[in-house]
Design a binder for this molecule. Structure first.
Ligand code: NDP
Length: 315
């Protein structure tokens, strides 16, 4: 079996940027796209904050262009999910299922760029209103709610940050927290408390999202205390209840993860706890705070450069 130089797992901005750099570095990378080719950007409409697109770009279009650019320099794509990395000996063995048949690729290095997925409430009405009023990314979609009333679900730092960001555009921002426990850091909580545009609904959960003319019209909130329903008129709903890193396929591996399941990398590097295995983008502990396509892309570039250096060192 020929040994591949590098297998890249994931086809969001991190994986595709890593692929571009590896391909230009003549490493003949193979990318596993996963089931959701392109990652979270495929679920986003206008992307207005990716440098180089002054008029914005559709999420899927940005992915198509990154993919085209990586292909142009010789990247190969396999439209499957990786199910296991056997790192007990080198070269590493990456397994995937091809229509039910387990296949394996041997590789000197692996770049993991599987991303994370936002957690959703899955309340009635939510699925139908995704991208039509309900979003999990305030930085991506906040500007579409200029002079509108919106709500943010969650009581962690993400919710505080999203709410504060949304006050730049919106007239009113309502933070909905399910218990009296605010998980956010004191400083972020305090900033939100001091902002006159921010209002609070403590001890409420979302009962259902209400739609009018195919757009969000209001949210029905249920009191955790007496189950009474409060109807809040709003045109936007931002869900900020956390993310889940896509690391389930690493359950048999010894790659070090942090307490939330994100991959730990060495300081100022994309090197994981195993030599020749690199990680970049939203699946890493280091990008947890940022979760932006551009920061993921930047880390993808770093991973490719780290990988190239490593391959030189083992030749
Ligand atoms: P957290 O896990 O910290 O907070 C999640 C929030 O969502 C909690 O209030 C939780 O409530 C609530 N929640 C969870 N599930 C539900 C549900 N089904 N219905 C209603 N509410 C729910 O996630 P974050 O994304 O806020 O933060 C993740 C990490 O990233 C943290 O370590 C945070 O500090 C960090 N971060 C740092 C930032 C910064 O420094 N600028 C910015 C953003 C994040 P409950 O408490 O009841 O479980």
């Amino acid at each position: 079996m020929t040994v591949t130089n590098v297998v890249i797992i994931g086809s969001g901005p991190a994986g595709l940027t890593a692929a571009l750099y590896c391909a230009r570095g003549m490493l003949d990378p193979i990318v596993f796209t996963g089931e959701l080719r392109g990652g979270q950007l495929m679920n986003t409409t206008d992307v207005e904050n990716f440098p180089g697109y002054p008029d914005g770009v559709q999420g899927h279009e940005l992915i198509n262009q990154l993919e085209f650019q990586a292909k142009k320099f010789g990247t190969k794509f396999i439209d499957e999910n990786v199910i296991n990395i056997d790192e007990t000996s080198t070269p590493y063995k990456v397994s995937y299922s091809d229509f039910g048949i387990i296949k394996t690729i041997e590789t000197h290095t692996v770049i993991i760029a599987t991303g994370s997925s936002p957690l959703w409430l899955n309340a009635p009405g939510e699925q139908e209103l995704k991208n039509k009023g309900i979003s999990s990314c305030a930085v991506c979609d906040g500007a579409f709610f200029k002079d509108k009333t919106v709500c943010v679900i969650g009581g962690g730092d993400s919710a505080m940050e999203d709410a504060l960001f949304l006050t730049k555009f919106c007239t009113e921002v309502h933070i909905i927290v399910r218990t009296s426990r605010i998980r956010a850091s004191k400083i972020m909580h305090q900033r939100a408390l001091e902002n006159p545009k921010i209002h609070w609904k403590i001890g409420y959960t979302v009962d259902k999202w209400n739609c009018e003319d195919d757009k969000l019209e209001s949210v029905s909130l249920k009191s955790s205390e007496d189950e009474s329903i409060f109807n809040l008129k709003c045109q936007g709903g931002f869900i900020a209840i956390g993310h889940k890193p896509q690391t389930d396929f690493l359950k048999n591996s010894s790659i070090k993860l942090d307490s939330d399941g994100y991959i730990e990398t060495e300081q100022n590097s994309t090197q994981t706890s195993l030599p020749g295995i690199f990680a970049c983008g939203d699946v890493t502990s280091s990008n947890k705070r940022y979760k932006q396509a551009i920061t993921a892309s930047g880390q993808g570039c770093s991973a490719a450069l780290d990988c190239e250096k490593y391959l030189e060192s083992i030749q």
